[in-house]
Design a protein around this ligand. Structure first.
Ligand SMILES: C[S@@+](CC[C@H](N)C(=O)[O-])C[C@H]1O[C@@H](n2cnc3c(N)ncnc32)[C@H](O)[C@@H]1O
Length: 207
């Protein structure tokens, strides 16, 4: 375990996220994770959801840590990290059943968040789902004082960071032919939101 990066938040939130993914990914085979961070989530989820092929990705600076976690876990169903910077990446010519990302939307700037939704759409097969976990605002409001304070601290660190509005993410999703289908309230005032990519020929008001 020595030298392996450790994110305490990822340790704490893995179990509740896993319970949602057990349901959302029950018929899924391939998952792309955007912004895998330390790689702890990938290892925790792939170890339990053995029917999945889990593809990690992140900026180059996190690859060494992700590889350490993957080597330690020795799981056959997790792939070494792709280099994926959503700000600069071209469309992904790949077809995943699902995309997962945790605690990325408030770290990326808004343009990158918008690009992430475009990339997710390009990476998803039709009817595939995008599960995004993290703090979000809804109806213009923070759901807890602690999230308002967290938002302030993010913006002090970098004015381009900040907790995003779920309605704005819905707009980005809609541009990528995706529609919000579920929203789970998670511990510590986080949310896990699920958007589904339309099937080809599906009318947008059909769902
Ligand atoms: C707060 S960490 C979350 C890491 C991990 N998902 C977790 O929940 O523990 C934010 C992650 O977003 C990644 N990230 C930031 N900007 C990015 C970008 N432009 N493209 C892809 N990943 C990015 C960071 O490298 C980092 O891994």
């Amino acid at each position: 375990m020595r030298d392996m990066p450790c994110a305490p938040a990822a340790e704490h939130n893995s179990q509740p996220i896993l319970e949602v993914l057990r349901h959302e990914f029950r018929t899924v085979s391939s998952v792309l994770e955007v912004g895998s961070g330390t790689g702890q989530h990938a290892v925790a989820f792939a170890a339990e959801l053995v029917h999945l092929e889990w593809q990690t990705s992140d900026l180059d600076e996190n690859h060494a840590g992700i590889r350490l976690w993957l080597a330690h876990a020795g799981l056959a169903n997790v792939r070494p990290p792709l280099l994926l910077d959503v700000g600069t990446s071209g469309m992904l010519p790949l077809h995943y059943d699902a995309v997962f990302s945790a605690n990325t939307a408030h770290i990326m700037n808004l343009h990158e968040v918008e690009k992430m939704f475009g990339l997710v759409s390009s990476a998803l097969r039709s009817d595939g789902v995008f599960c995004l976990y993290g703090p979000l605002r809804e109806g213009g409001d923070f759901n807890a004082v602690s999230n308002a304070e967290f938002d302030e601290s993010l913006r002090r660190r970098d004015p381009a960071m900040g907790i995003r509005d779920i309605e704005q993410l819905d707009d980005f999703a809609s541009t990528g032919a995706m529609k919000r289908v579920r929203r789970y309230a998670m511990p510590a005032n986080n949310m896990l939101v699920v958007w589904r990519k339309y099937r080809s020929g599906e009318r947008r008001d059909d769902t």
